[in-house]
Design a protein around this ligand. Structure first.
Ligand SMILES: [Zn+2]
Ligand SMILES: [Zn+2]
Length: 352
């Protein structure tokens, strides 16, 4: 097999605009599948990395870890996938496969370090390039099947936003009889609402304004409250079994912990700039839990995709072309997207 060239959206240096160019993908390894990418979602973490808001990033960078497409070629030892299969790839593309975490299907916490889909260093020393591209080669162990009922465009964001919300909702008991609050109605939050409602929970959205209340109801939320209103915190005190916090802003944790019932859990998936500041009594007093959650393993990602197909849910998306990505980044930062931008990667036209 020969080297494989594919169109890609590449950032040459921190915060520079995207260039439509080509990159080389590796020859297929025995356990690789090559995927013709159809759509790639824009995750807020793509923007953090392109703009070096999380520390130094490697450039040139091709972001993208919400990948959906169709298998176009398989390596000689591939058993799970065949040419033509509809598949997705999320935040990881490799892990050691042998450590305690890998054996427990929690590859994201591989003790050797899992390999991120882009701007990561593979075990071969190569810097990984992500899904804003025409194709990618990935070990079949890190590929998920996209069920027939899900469109590839609306499925793409599930590979990060879907698993990021599904994993903590499942772990902390969202389901019938649970009262669940979701803080924030962005890319993550809108998926949190849909998934928690599909799990059978009574869902309340907590957001600054009620501008998205109609959408929240359509996605299955029973209630919506503005967090700018002090009355919200009085009225909802001691109400929730679980709070899923999807925003990355610094929040007054104590105020939100007070909304939990005894034994309730508040789970954070965003990473604010400042340390949490919490009076110990606000967790100890009623045996509450302040927790975090980061994505999920591959088996659970597959479970989440199957769950979404079964319940007829996926991301609410706006599809854009390659030349709209820079503007879309600014809109994501401004919160001006309902609810996830998805790039139609067939529109990438290399200019060099
Ligand atoms: Zn992401
Ligand atoms: Zn491992």
């Amino acid at each position: 097999m020969t080297a494989h060239t594919t169109p890609a959206l590449s950032v040459p240096s921190a915060s520079a605009p995207f260039r439509q160019t080509t990159i080389e993908r590796r020859d297929l390894r025995a356990d690789d599948v090559r995927i013709d990418i159809a759509y790639a979602g824009i995750c807020h973490s793509d923007i953090h990395q392109v703009r070096e808001e999380w520390g130094t990033s490697p450039f040139p960078m091709v972001p993208g870890h919400e990948i959906a497409g169709v298998v176009s070629e398989v390596g000689e030892s591939v058993t799970r996938y065949a040419v033509g299969d509809r598949v997705g790839v999320g935040c990881m593309v490799d892990s050691c496969g042998e450590c305690e975490m890998c054996r427990a299907d929690e590859e994201q916490f591989c003790t050797k370090g899992s390999v991120m889909t882009y701007a990561g260093e593979g075990y071969d020393g190569e810097i990984t390039m992500g899904g804003y591209a025409g194709s990618v080669a990935v070990s079949e162990r890190f590929v998920c099947r996209i069920p027939e009922g899900l469109g590839l465009d609306a499925a793409a964001p599930l590979l990060c936003a879907g698993i990021t919300t599904y994993a903590p909702l499942k772990r902390w008991g969202a389901g019938p009889d649970a009262r669940v609050a979701v803080i924030g109605m962005g890319g993550l939050g809108h998926m949190g609402v849909k998934i928690a409602a599909a799990m059978g929970a009574e869902v309340t959205v907590l957001s600054r304004t009620l501008a998205k209340a109609e959408d929240a109801r359509a996605y299955g939320a029973a209630h919506q409250y503005s967090t700018k209103e002090e009355a919200t915190f009085t009225e909802l005190a001691g109400s929730f079994d679980l709070i899923l916090n999807t925003v990355s802003a610094d929040l007054p944790m104590e105020d939100y912990l007070a909304l939990l019932k005894p034994f309730g859990a508040m789970v954070n998936v965003g990473i604010p700039n400042s340390p949490y500041s919490v009076p110990p009594g606000s967790v100890v007093g009623q045996s509450k839990v302040l927790a975090g959650s980061m994505i999920g393993g591959i088996a659970m990602t597959q479970e989440m995709l199957d769950f979404c197909a079964e319940h007829g849910i996926a991301a609410t998306i706006e599809t854009i072309s390659a030349d709209e990505v820079d503007a879309a980044y600014d809109k994501v930062v401004a919160g001006d997207v309902r609810y996830r931008y998805v790039i139609d990667v067939s529109t990438i036209t290399p200019t060099d």
